[in-house]
Design a protein around this ligand. Structure first.
Ligand code: LLP
Length: 497
């Protein structure tokens, strides 16, 4: 097995493949065509193919080789809306939302309980998307006053909202209680006292869950793991009992149960199973002091970013996770609580494709004889910070036509003034990619637009929904005037002219 000497990211991916399949044939992952290619990147048989796991189900090439999403061609999208452009396939979002709801409903029913699925809005929240997921039977999880405002503007029933956050302000909590947010997931003893004061003042009763850290180390990037001990979220298991005792004393608070989210981009059920088992221990002990009707196991279900990722179907995951909870309850002689889950990425990630226009290309040849092509596009780390933030891997395809050249090891980079401004670190693109071509980067539906910035005063791109051959703007793109509008010196300097 070769983990040594491979780039950090390749190494992480290699470790993940090994965790799933220790007998993996590593030779099949080597890319002999170019020594700068990480060992996990294979030279594609067809440099124009659209790998099913990474693209929305509707993605295909038309007779001219142009990529189509939900029946709308990439070239038409770029002509109508410009580039960069985040395209969201509505049917893909709806289908994924539905499949989570159905899978968890079924699994829960098999074990005599119920399950609610909250869409974690942090992945991508707009009023239109909130309406789609609610339409498909999901609730919505928000984690700031801003996300709460979007959900309310979308008309989501406040009672079906969950409100997260390790540092909710008093004003945010007041607003949540005032509008009747269904569940507030409390994260600290200070927050419990803030809610005690708010409910005492207003006479409201607020349902709360207590977020605990299960101590499970999710096998993911450090910044995406949230249930190990040394981080900011939630109560350590040992301190949670005291917090629950305090909540039970407060007349305005209704203790509903525990919450645990172990991290993000997780494959397999082992982490969920272990975490559930630890949290159930506390859950069972809390039952001695009163009812504990619910258990929320958070989100974190991984998606495919490259062809190496192989997410387990949600039907299997849901079945295994709920079965593990039921087993844990049976072992402790307690009733299976009502369950909830909070997927974000797995609902919208694969539904999003970002279109860019190629501006320049340049080939770099090293002394070793290895070469890499840099393909610069008209966006970058301001519309997709994930590679820079997490070393995240994406893939890319030529979208405005099918390429005719040989696979060429390429790095897709943005237009920002940083060498770390990378969109796709390693990809084989057709050698004939040229200025004016459109590139498509799939799996950009989650945590790309929400993390977007105006770095280098680049306006943030629009978001358009596609369905049945039509595209609709759901978030308009920023103009340069938008970007300049907060600069208080502009009017003054114009007056000087
Ligand atoms: N519930 C809680 C309490 C969370 O903190 C999160 C994600 C989720 C649910 C949804 O997780 P998902 O199913 O989407 O993995 N910006 C990072 C991800 C940060 C996730 C934060 N919390 C990224 O781009 O990968």
């Amino acid at each position: 097995m070769r983990h040594d000497g491979c780039p950090r990211i390749g190494g992480d991916l290699a470790a993940r493949v090994f965790a799933r399949d220790p007998s993996h044939d590593w030779c099949s992952l080597l890319s002999p065509a170019d020594s700068l290619a990480p060992e996990w990147l294979v030279v594609p048989d067809d440099v124009n193919d659209l790998a099913a796991a990474v693209w929305p189900a509707s993605a295909r090439r038309d007779v001219d080789g142009v990529v189509q999403l939900a029946g709308v061609s990439a070239t038409a999208l770029a002509q109508t809306h410009g580039t960069p452009l985040l395209v969201i396939d509505e049917d893909e979002v709806r289908a994924r939302a539905r499949s989570f709801r159905v899978a968890f409903d079924r699994a829960a029913a098999e074990h005599g309980t119920t399950a609610q699925v909250y869409y974690a809005g942090k992945a991508l929240l707009t009023t239109v998307i909130a309406r789609w997921v609610v339409d498909e039977g999901l609730r919505v999880d928000v984690c700031t006053g801003g996300e709460l405002a979007v959900a309310l503007a979308a008309g989501v029933a406040p009672a079906s909202l969950g409100f997260h956050g390790n540092n909710k302000s008093v004003a945010e909590l007041e607003r949540a209680v005032e509008v009747g947010v269904g569940t507030i997931i409390v994260d600290s003893a200070i927050e419990v006292e803030r809610l005690a004061a708010i409910t005492a003042r207003t006479g409201a009763t607020q349902r709360v869950l207590v977020r605990v850290i299960s101590g499970v180390h999710a096998e993911t990037h450090d910044f995406l793991a949230t249930a190990h001990e040394d981080q900011k979220f939630g109560f350590p298991l040992l301190e949670a009992e005291q917090a629950v005792a305090r909540i039970r004393e407060i007349p305005g608070l209704e203790f509903a149960g525990l919450h645990c989210h172990i991290g993000s981009q997780i494959f397999g059920v082992a982490g969920f199973r272990e975490s559930a088992s630890r949290v159930l221990e506390l859950h069972a002990s809390l039952l001695e002091g009163g009812p504990v009707p619910q258990l929320n196991l958070g989100g974190g279900f991984g998606i495919a970013y490259t062809r190496l990722d192989d997410p387990t179907p949600i039907e299997t995951l849901a079945g295994e996770i709920v079965a593990a909870v039921a087993e844990g309850c049976a072992a402790r002689g307690i009733t299976v609580p009502a369950l909830s889950f909070e997927p974000g990425r797995a609902i919208v990630g694969t539904a999003g494709v970002t279109l860019y226009e190629v501006g320049t290309t340049k080939d770099v040849a090293l002394d070793s004889g290895a070469t890499r092509r840099y393909v610069s596009v008209d966006g970058g780390m301001s519309d997709n910070a994930r590679p820079a933030l997490y070393g995240a891997q994406f893939s890319a395809r030529l979208a405005s036509r099918a390429g005719t050249g040989e696979p060429q090891l390429s790095r897709v980079v943005g237009k920002h003034c940083e060498s770390g401004d990378i969109v796709v670190d390693h990809e084989f693109l057709p050698a004939d990619v040229a200025p004016g071509d459109l590139l498509a980067v799939p799996a950009t539906g989650a945590y790309c637009a929400p993390l977007a910035s105006n770095y280098n005063h680049v306006p943030r791109p629009p978001i358009v929904a596609v369905r049945d051959g039509r595209s609709t703007v759901i978030v308009r793109g920023e103009t340069i005037d938008d970007v300049l509008s907060r600069d208080a010196g502009i009017e003054a300097s114009e007056n000087l002219r």
